[in-house]
Design a protein around this ligand. Structure first.
Ligand SMILES: Cc1ncc(COP(=O)(O)O)c(C=O)c1O
Length: 405
């Protein structure tokens, strides 16, 4: 993502804090995924960034929707997707969620009781519903034994249910697994895909399932800092291709799906925040910027983790925390001499620290600070109601260079 400084200067004339999503970058990244996995369909994980223009851009590339709520189902529908392109997978759906989604999305049941609730809803609606089930498999993401999880149905329970219980208004035609996000090791993902195909085969042979699709969830990560070695999606696609294609060859018409949120947009967004004040306190220089914790919370969460943890490398806890140094900061005054500053926000709490003792060019009121990696799990995660402040704008830079609200 390479946004001209002039574009940022122009936006900053009218906005004190803003997200900017770059269509060119989104198209490039979604295009890379499609080219790397020609036999796979992609579902965009709406939760990471549901901005309507972002949805239109990604769905325009042929991606379906991974919806995590009825609200996301409706957003995907409004963006023009058909029922068979929207997969609604989330724990704890209410009966209103189920009934509201019946005709709009493919429901992925997250528990045995939920299958029974969908059976009741389908019977009342006089339909037979083709659904998927989310499975918590007998293996972990890194290949060890299966783990306890609030997500999905344990593989053995799902198999027993499918063999023994009769739900005449429900037909299970797909499985969904998602165990982990933000993986940068292609070998780990390749083995995970192999384990998933073996699971699908067990569900077919052990329970007589005729699968129409296998949704392999997400996992593909992005480099947040210079220390992260980027995942080579072309290499991963090529390494997995033979097994994926062989699996499909033996099941004509079967659809393989991969979900992705952050790969598509994580690096295609930035956050701009204007300097509102500067002060020196007992020798320490503070730059006070607009809407930091309450506009883009993740950099402040990093500081919180650092503050609370005794671990020098605390483990990631996505989507709130990836690792220290996951966000870059730059200004539009890069040629000027640097000074050590602490970048904080304008909330009445001391916890909205964004970065401590970093070197930035000397900033004055009105200057812009740009934070990178703000395309995914950014606006949606941030507590914008806090302190009744103005919200940051969400802007979209089209491939033609136009900035749209
Ligand atoms: C079920 C499921 N699918 C997909 C994703 C998207 O993950 P990512 O944004 O890392 O691609 C998530 C993220 O939490 C998820 O829970």
């Amino acid at each position: 993502m390479n946004i001209p400084a002039e574009t940022l200067r122009t936006i900053a004339k009218t906005h004190d804090s803003f997200y900017l999503y770059d269509e060119r970058s989104i198209l490039e990244r979604t295009g890379r995924l499609k080219a790397a996995f020609p036999s796979v369909e992609f579902l965009y994980s709406v939760k990471c960034n549901p901005a309507p223009r972002v949805l239109a851009c990604i769905f325009g590339q042929g991606f379906g929707a991974d919806a995590a709520s009825l609200g996301e189902v409706l957003r995907a529908e409004q963006a023009g997707l058909q029922r068979e392109q929207i997969y609604y997978s989330a724990p704890g759906k209410t009966m209103a969620d189920i009934e509201g989604a019946l005709s709009k999305a493919v429901l992925i049941a997250d528990s045995l009781d939920e299958i029974r609730r969908i059976e009741d809803a389908a019977a009342r609606a006089g339909r037979t519903e083709e659904i998927g089930i989310r499975i918590n498999p007998n293996f972990s993401f890194y290949g060890g034994p299966g783990e306890a999880s609030k997500f999905g149905i344990d593989e053995d329970q799902a198999a027993a249910f499918l063999r023994e219980e009769d739900c005449p208004h429900v037909r299970v035609t797909g499985i969904h697994v998602h165990l982990h996000s933000q993986e940068l090791d292609a070998g780990v993902l390749e083995r995970y895909y192999e384990n998933l195909l073996a699971l699908a085969e067990r569900m077919e042979t052990g329970c007589g399932l005729r699968l129409a699709y296998v949704n392999m969830g997400s996992g593909i990560g992005i480099p947040y800092s210079g220390e992260d070695v980027p995942l080579d999606v072309e290499k991963l696609g090529a390494a997995a291709a033979e097994k994926l294609e062989e699996f499909r060859r033996r099941r004509p018409g079967l659809r393989l799906m991969i979900e992705t949120g952050r790969y598509a947009v994580g690096k295609s967004g930035l956050y701009g925040t204007k300097v509102l004040d500067r002060k020196v306190s007992r020798g320490k220089t503070y730059i006070i910027a607009k809407n930091t914790l309450n506009g883009f919370i993740r950099p402040s969460v990093e500081k919180m983790v650092e503050h609370c943890s005794r671990d020098s490398r605390p483990p990631m806890w996505e989507p709130l925390f990836t690792h220290a140094g996951a966000f870059g900061f730059y200004t539009l005054k890069e040629d000027e001499p640097r000074e050590e500053v602490t970048l904080v926000g304008n909330l009445c709490t001391a916890t909205d620290v964004v970065a401590e003792n970093i070197l930035l060019p000397r900033l004055e009121c009105g200057d812009l600070v740009v934070i990178t990696n703000a395309g995914a799990y950014a606006a949606v995660l941030s507590p914008m109601q806090f302190a009744s402040q103005e919200r940051p704008a969400e802007l979209f830079l089209t491939a033609a260079g136009e900035v749209l609200e």
